[in-house]
Design a protein around this ligand. Structure first.
Ligand code: MOS
Length: 755
């Protein structure tokens, strides 16, 4: 089957009627009326309930479980333990690629972190399983927990993130610092954070022989399918995962987790369908988190405020048994021009669940530190923070020297500043008060996130009645993927959306890659675009080759597709409907295929990132330190916008999580036990409506001819990056106090200045 070159095939999209429209959410009515069935809403006949027992220690061994007591409890069917479990075809501690994480699925009696699964109780009811789990009354041999950076030997990780080098240099930082007129050294600390999507990880698993049917939320269906197939020794095609609705993921559902595997093992053990859903507290361990960081900056600037050096050293932590190192240094490669840049890392191993990608991995933690340091340096240079950023505007990507594929950041700065009223900002801190006597501060931050794209496939079918079906195993975590991808699908066939059925959310469909890295719209979208273009190319060939068609002989001039018809490009009065072409040919349907793949030549030639600027206003009670964000204005440029309504919603969400990073989120670890003390949504704070100010997001126009044929960058995570720093800088501007430990809580604003 021949591939249609996208550059040629995409021409008909110039007339695309749907891309760029603010269509409402495809599944909105189903969700608000409670009809959308999430994973845990499924109850196959004969289903049992499984409940995890998890470790209450951080490190040691389970030496006793009262399995007899649990089994004697009415309704309990079985208890799965390291001594009683179905076999796996693959060692869950095996790691054959960087996207594979070691799992805790009862392989032995070791406890490697708090809330690690140590047994699974399976019962007729949720209540019986819950009570049975309590009756296990585990006893432990406990070893001292290692909970903080000083707790172990520091080492340089081989790689950070998925595959970034742990050391990167451009120019000579020491020379840049030595020659600087002004120098800044500052250390910023960010805490461990937990993803906490609204929907917990859950699974309903049913075996039929060696075929497996699963309802579970997943940000990457094909990868989950392959992981499960490997663990259970069955072909990937025998694993059927349904994941049409996901109640948030934030990265925690990007790789298949241990508890989800345990649900499948439990179903295998008892020979009946099993449902297993994590309780909130059980999500603080086996399903990933954002690792803490301590980031040391050394900045130099000359007399005119031009940076001469950026040194960015990150200390972070992984688990004792697996590798994920928060790639916080990456922002310093991209954002500000400097003749010398160095990013380095060291890491320590703690008795914690393995960290994972979480909401702007690397970039969120790196950005809040870099943007704070830039703000401090602007102040040291007696410059307005926006003027300082413009002075150090990166015309090419500083670390790589590559030109940007597109970069409308100047327009973001200008439009955001104008909307916010930034020009009226006094340079010195502690100058503004509101009517109630609260200190008022204004701060800003630059937003940045790479424009990524992964591999994906899609299939499109045009039927004789002129309707279409487009299929890819995409994931809608609530971000609006279903809607946006449906728009791309309709345009790819040049049909109205109500004439194209867009199918997603199942592993039985072509692999749509991962919904992560803010890359899903580009990834799945490009595959869909290619599939539709393939269909149109075949249809055009059919018509042009037929003497009876008005399109006959269109030849190299070609045809264009619009509203269910093909037109001669050189004479639009000659056209024919899809229905007529298929009817005359006597063909019931035309099928096309598409795939997305990054273009290595473009990757080598260009740096590809989305950008933005966020402006924040805060008020601080001068006596009590109470802190509120009262205004946020963000302006973002992220290439072609598929659906402005969905994109604005993504920016709002990102900005809310930026606020959350700056002021709220923090896992508090008990240094004696190593346990998270706030493993619940009462004490692990995320912003609620009452915490949120007026938020505005401006969509800044940007055209990118290189990033992919549709010009799509990601919009999911970028809103976090500028916002967290903008708020931190506004707090300084209000109070004159620089909080360098996040989150910024009121104790840090009224206590002694040791933060
Ligand atoms: Mo996201 S942390 O890239 O799912």
């Amino acid at each position: 089957m021949s591939e249609t070159p996208l550059t040629q095939a995409s021409a008909h999209l110039r007339h695309g009627a749907n891309i760029g429209q603010s269509l409402t959410r495809h599944e909105g009515a189903l969700k608000v009326t409670g009809q959308a069935r999430y994973a845990a809403d499924h109850h196959p006949a004969g289903m049992l309930h499984a409940v995890l027992a998890v470790s209450s220690i951080a490190r040691g061994r389970v030496i006793a479980l009262d399995v007899a007591a649990a089994k004697a409890h009415p309704g309990v069917v079985d208890v799965m333990t390291p001594a009683h479990k179905p076999p796996l075809a693959q060692d869950p501690d095996e790691k054959t690629h960087p996207f594979m994480f070691r799992l805790d699925v009862l392989q032995n009696d070791r406890v490697r972190y708090p809330n690690q699964p140590i047994a699974v109780v399976i019962a007729e009811t949720l209540e019986a399983a819950t009570e049975g789990a309590v009756l296990l009354a585990p006893r432990y041999e406990t070893e001292p927990a290692r909970t903080d950076f000083p707790a172990g030997a520091h080492f340089t990780p081989a790689l950070v993130g998925v595959a970034d080098p742990a050391e990167a240099h451009h120019g000579d930082v020491e020379a840049g610092l030595a020659g600087a007129a002004r120098r800044l050294e500052a250390i910023y600390e960010t805490p461990a954070q937990y993803h906490n999507p609204m929907e917990p990880h859950g699974i309903v698993a049913a075996w039929e022989g060696d075929t497996l049917f699963i309802d579970t939320p997943s940000q990457g269906l094909a990868m989950a399918q392959a992981r499960i197939a490997g663990l259970f020794g069955i072909p990937p095609a025998a694993v059927h995962i349904r994941s049409p609705y996901i109640g948030g993921g934030f990265g925690s559902k990007g790789v298949f987790s241990g508890p989800q595997v345990l649900g499948i093992m439990a179903a295998r053990l008892v020979g009946r369908p099993v449902k297993l859903v994590l309780r909130r507290g059980q999500m603080f361990g086996p399903v990933g988190h954002r690792a803490p960081t301590r980031q040391s900056f050394r900045l130099g600037a000359d007399n005119a405020g031009a940076l001469t050096a950026i040194g960015h050293h990150t200390v972070t932590a992984s688990s004792q048994h697996d590798d994920f190192f928060e790639p916080a240094g990456g922002v310093s490669h991209t954002l500000y021009a400097s003749p010398a840049i160095a990013t380095t890392y060291e890491a320590v191993r703690l008795d914690t669940g393995t960290p994972l990608f979480m909401r702007a991995p690397g970039k969120a933690a790196g950005s809040i530190a870099l943007e704070s340091a830039i703000d401090e340096m602007a102040h040291a240079c007696a410059m307005d923070p926006l003027a300082f950023r413009l002075k150090n505007y990166a015309e090419v990507e500083p670390m790589s020297g590559k030109p940007f594929s597109s970069k409308a950041l100047r327009a973001c700065y200008a439009q955001g500043a104008e909307r916010f009223g930034w020009a009226k900002r006094p340079l010195a801190p502690r100058q503004m008060r509101d009517a109630a006597g609260m200190l008022v501060g204004w701060g800003m931050g630059t937003a940045t996130f790479p424009a990524l794209m992964f591999q994906a496939q899609a299939r499109a079918v045009l039927r004789a009645d002129g309707t279409g079906v487009v299929e890819t195993g995409a994931q809608d975590m609530g971000q609006g993927a279903w809607t946006a991808l449906g728009q791309i699908a309709a345009d790819s066939l040049a049909l109205d959306p109500d004439r194209v059925e867009f199918r997603a959310g199942s592993s039985d469909l072509p692999d749509a890659g991962i919904a992560g890295g803010s890359a899903h719209t580009a990834t799945a979208g490009m595959a869909i675009h290619g599939a539709g273009a393939d269909v149109i190319a075949r249809l055009a060939e059919l018509a042009m080759g037929d003497e009876r068609s008005p399109l006959h002989g269109a030849g190299n001039a070609g045809v264009i597709a619009r509203a269910g018809r093909l037109f001669r490009r050189d004479d639009e009065s000659r056209s024919e409907s899809y229905v007529a072409i298929l009817a005359r040919a006597g063909i019931p349907a035309i099928e096309g295929h598409g795939k997305s793949a990054t273009d290595p030549a473009a990757q080598a030639a260009y740096a590809m990132h989305a950008h933005g600027a966020v402006f924040a206003e805060v008020t601080v009670d001068p006596d009590l330190g109470q802190l509120r964000v009262t205004r946020l204005v963000g302006a973002f440029a992220a290439g072609r916008i598929i659906n402005p309504r969905m994109v604005q919603s993504q920016y709002y969400g990102g900005m809310v999580w930026g606020l959350s990073f700056a002021l709220h989120e923090q896992a508090v670890i008990d240094p004696r036990s190593g346990r998270p003390m706030n493993a619940n949504l009462g004490e692990y704070h995320v912003p609620v409506n009452a915490d949120l100010p007026s938020i505005e997001a401006i969509l800044v126009e940007e055209h990118d001819a290189h990033v992919n044929a549709l010009g799509i960058k990601g919009v999911g995570e970028i809103g976090i990056t500028g916002t967290a720093g903008a708020i931190a800088n506004a707090v300084w501007h209000a109070t004159g106090m620089r909080a360098r430990r996040f989150p910024i809580t009121l104790d840090k604003l009224i206590g002694p200045q040791d933060n």
